[in-house]
Design a binder for this molecule. Structure first.
Ligand code: FES
Length: 475
């Protein structure tokens, strides 16, 4: 995965891979902000906490985000008000505001050097200024530092920080938490009231399990893959032109903040598996991407993984607001484990069902899945792989076999382009040189290694051959 600017500036402490079987009270799967915040809120409890990360701590979405800390999220609030009620939207707002305050307290209490600063953020809309006005009217009585003008809201105080420096600081507080990196959980069963998880060679037994993997990695129970989709956005740095922190609330989302002497821009949002528009920016300094889970009904899902089991938890569907939501999730899940109830348990209940809002999103997802499972298998373009450019890939029909091919420095890499999650056909993304699943958003590199879930298992590479080989390419 391409490193972000934050990752290049700061390195988080390294941890070993799990090399023996273990038993723990609470197992947290996922070392991003959500997993870390769960560990943070549980670290001083009576429980023994273990956190495992399949890659490295904070190496995925949490280190690829903008670092804008905002409890004010106009389009999310508008959608929640529309799908649920004004009261639900206000409770969502309150939980995010409390998360912001908690985050500031954590930074101060632990003296975390993460370049935190308080600033106004500007939210504007060219296409739908009336939506901003709706949100402004809803909050006007409760927030006095909010200003509305024609098509813009100025909100103060909000914040910015360096997310990797923040995670580094949180990790340093987790002395009594056992952390393992490069430890991928592959499956889960429950035996006599205990969770048993396999990591390939080793086994972890736990009383409680928290699945904090951005996209829940276990399909069953609860089938979260039916309740959300994933989007991907491009982030890039340019020389600094404007110090204002802005977010355009139109469909074509645009976000900007400043870092050091640069502006960090976010644009080009697309469903994973769709074609990425070229970025036509002449003075780009550095580019990376980030991936987010979008819940169909507009509210995140935080709580019990399965309705009938109060020992396993999930936190997902943050709708691109991972910083405050990871704090909401850490607090809520720790409260459920320690006290068995939480103020926001019903708000983020993962098993709610909003028939109308969920149904249209679900139908779109179902059509997309059907196309990737059936149509793409039949209508496959034949590509002359002999004439492929270097650093390029394709999904093609080769001697009546469907294959993902990538050419790198004269070598061809190939694998069967069937997603290891639920079997959809992958598509090649030329912008990032990856193979993506249009059904639920898993991503693979050219060797078939999983980059983003819900897929857990990599796909076995079937060819590695060279242009110079006289032999036919074997598939
Ligand atoms: Fe679900 Fe690929 S991500 S089938």
């Amino acid at each position: 995965m391409k490193e972000s600017y934050w990752q290049q500036k700061t390195k988080i402490k390294k941890f070993p891979a799990l090399d023996h079987d273990i038993e723990t009270d609470v197992l947290i799967i996922g070392g991003g902000l959500t997993g870390l915040m769960c560990a943070y809120f549980l670290k001083d409890s009576q429980y023994h906490i273990t956190l495992v990360e399949g890659d490295e701590i904070g190496s995925h979405s949490s280190s690829h985000m903008t670092g804008k800390i905002s409890y004010f999220q106009p389009s999310v609030l508008k959608n929640i008000k529309q799908s649920f009620s004004e009261l639900t939207a206000l409770r969502y707002f309150k939980s995010n505001l409390e998360a912001y305050i908690s985050l500031v307290e954590i930074i101060e209490k632990n003296n975390i050097q993460c370049d935190f600063s308080v600033n106004p953020h500007y939210f504007y809309s060219v296409d739908k200024p009336q939506d901003l006005k709706t949100v402004y009217d809803m909050l006007e009585g409760s927030i006095s530092t909010m200003e509305f003008t024609t098509n813009q809201i100025k909100m103060f105080p909000l914040g910015t920080f360096d997310p990797v420096k923040y995670m580094k600081g949180i990790v340093e507080t987790l002395d009594n938490v056992n952390i393992y990196e490069h430890t991928k959980v592959l499956n889960h069963t429950k035996i006599q009231h205990k969770h048993v998880l396999k990591t390939g060679q080793h086994r972890i037994t736990a009383k409680y399990v928290v699945v904090a993997t951005r996209y829940p990695i276990f399909n069953f129970p609860s089938m979260y893959f039916l309740k959300m989709h994933q989007v991907r956005s491009a982030l890039f740095l340019t020389p600094q032109r404007d110090r204002r922190i802005v977010l355009c609330e139109d469909d074509d989302i645009y976000s900007r903040r400043n870092i050091d002497h640069y502006n960090l821009h976010v644009t080009n949002e697309r469903l994973v598996g769709d074609k990425e528009k070229p970025l036509r920016v002449y003075d780009k300094i550095q580019t990376w991407h980030n991936q987010d889970c979008i819940s169909h009904d507009g509210l995140p899902m935080i709580g019990y993984y399965d309705k009938g089991d109060c020992t396993m938890f999930v936190a997902t569907g943050y709708n691109k607001w991972g910083i405050t939501m990871s704090h909401v999730a850490g607090k809520l899940i720790s409260e459920l484990i320690l006290n068995k109830e939480s103020e926001y348990q019903d708000l983020y209940e993962p098993h709610r069902f909003k028939p109308i809002t969920s149904a249209s999103a679900f139908s779109r997802l179902a059509l997309r899945t059907m196309k990737a499972e059936i149509v793409d298998r039949i209508v496959l373009k034949k590509v002359d792989i002999e004439n492929m450019d270097n650093h390029s890939g394709t999904v093609t029909d080769l001697d009546d076999t469907m294959v993902a091919v990538y050419k790198e420095n004269g070598h061809y890499y190939g694998f069967v382009p069937v997603c290891s999650h639920l079997g959809c056909i992958l598509k090649y993304n030329s912008a990032e040189h990856t193979f993506e699943c249009p059904c639920h958003g898993s991503r693979f590199d050219y060797t078939g290694k999983v980059l983003d879930g819900p897929a857990i298992e990599s796909i076995e590479s079937t060819i590695v051959t060279s242009e110079d080989d006289n032999n036919e390419k074997e598939l």
